[in-house]
Ligand binder design. Sequence first.
Ligand SMILES: Nc1ncnc2c1ncn2[C@@H]1O[C@H](COP(=O)(O)OP(=O)(O)OP(=O)(O)O)[C@@H](O)[C@H]1O
Ligand SMILES: [Mg+2]
Length: 265
Amino acid sequence: MSLLFDNTSLELGGNTILRDIRLELASGEQAALIGPSGAGKTSLLLLAATRYRPSSGSLSVLGDNPWHLSARWLRRLRSRIGMVYQSPPLPARQRVIHAVAAGRLGQSGTLAALRRLLWPDDGAAIQDCLQRVDLADKLWQRCDQLSGGQRQRVGIARVLYQQAQLLLADEPVSALDPRLAEDTIRLLLAEASASEASLLVSLHSVELALAYFPRIIGVRDGQIMFDLPREQVHPGVVSALYADERLAESVAQPAHAAISQGLRC
Ligand SMILES: Nc1ncnc2c1ncn2[C@@H]1O[C@H](COP(=O)(O)OP(=O)(O)OP(=O)(O)O)[C@@H](O)[C@H]1O
Ligand SMILES: [Mg+2]
């Protein structure tokens, strides 16, 4: 089992962000997270990436409870988890080759890792990962001289290089044009399949999620509203997930007011 959320909740700044999440992701499984803005998709991925600690309930990642591990074993666990961020945190002056090499930072002792980061001895593998995201010519480019979409693809090349067993991606194609977005989703799915890694991706595009992922998880207001095979995600299910509560309230209020006025007459 790659991920097991058991009644897991997350509180941040005194607010409940995720409530009683129950979710299993088997080894090698591929699923998309969808839901309105603020639903909790990023928070759920950050919990899975062990960047947040659950406030209650339990969470197992690649068979371990991250919060029962020593610092050393937690670092090892994290080196097996690849996270693609919506805006990859790439230091401005860093070169692309170093940004990709950082994918394997957690896989060796600190000194060896730093040496490899500064003088990557694996240029061919890094180049190959950049080739797969169509950035072969950017090896020595500075990250702050890349477009948003190119930075996003450097983030993807980094997890390809990392060879993670659990791939998490938060809006990995938000800065890409539609053709590149589809190519990138296909690439993530193919890479995950080839390495038998599990893949959990949050997407704003329901269309992309339904076109490419066998399992769709709908999140809203910090809870899982549905977790279904793609064939069962009918338009009504999607509309309910994205229904605007404020609109529903503003439509309901005048009717409610009229009824109470009627009662008064
Ligand atoms: N560090 C934090 N402290 C307090 N509240 C937070 C924090 N991070 C996120 N939140 C809140 O948690 C809720 C869920 O946020 P999250 O970023 O997980 O949503 P999301 O589904 O990823 O949204 P989007 O589609 O806009 O990326 C939001 O209401 C957000 O304001
Ligand atoms: Mg988000």
